[in-house]
Design a protein. Structure first.
Length: 178
């Protein structure tokens, strides 16, 4: 499945063949991506990335999470997805990351907006949340600029490294606010 964002940007559902591009981006930008993304430290080889991609793809359909590569003019620039989706309560969370050289081009904000449209109108969900590290200003600007409501801080909600936790700000948008 592909979700068109605009004439240049597309969200393409994750495929095993994406593993190499994803790993190459992570490996070449470890310092930049690793500042906010705990999985970077644990991604030691392309086989780690391939195992992650296969775990997403092999999820049974009733538990399927939607994870997409973000592509600008068909070039891999990042990942975005819905996780974990609680179908009974009609809610999900959006997570995203973007390669360094593609920052500040409006790619993530447009991609999040398109994914919200997909969640509310195609999956018929009622609530979408985004969690961002307290000090990650660029990431926090996305939900703020899209009219998400700040709900509070989850204390020590993300394990960054052994026994080091990070607080996360929680933002949400309801279908009726969309």
């Amino acid at each position: 499945m592909n979700l068109k964002v605009d004439v240049f940007i597309e969200l393409r559902e994750l495929k095993v063949s994406d593993s190499t591009e994803i790993y190459r981006t992570i490996d070449s930008q470890r310092k930049y991506l690793g500042e906010w993304l705990p999985f970077v430290e644990k991604t030691k080889s392309s086989s780690d990335t391939e195992a992650f991609v296969k775990s997403v793809i092999d999820t049974p359909s009733q538990n399927k999470e939607f994870t997409f590569t973000i592509r600008k003019q068909n070039e891999f620039v990042g990942l975005i997805g819905l996780r974990p989706t609680d179908r009974l309560n009609k809610k999900t969370e959006i997570g995203y990351w973007l390669s360094e050289k593609h920052q500040k081009q409006g790619i993530v904000i447009k991609s999040v907006q398109r994914l919200c449209d997909f969640a509310f109108n195609e999956l018929d969900l009622n609530r979408v949340s985004i969690k961002c590290a307290v000090n990650n200003e660029p990431s926090k600007s996305i939900p703020k600029n899209l009219g998400f409501k700040f709900e509070g801080i989850e204390r020590e909600a993300e394990l960054v490294s052994e026994n080091v936790f990070r607080d996360l700000e929680v933002y949400s948008k309801l279908k009726k606010d969309y």
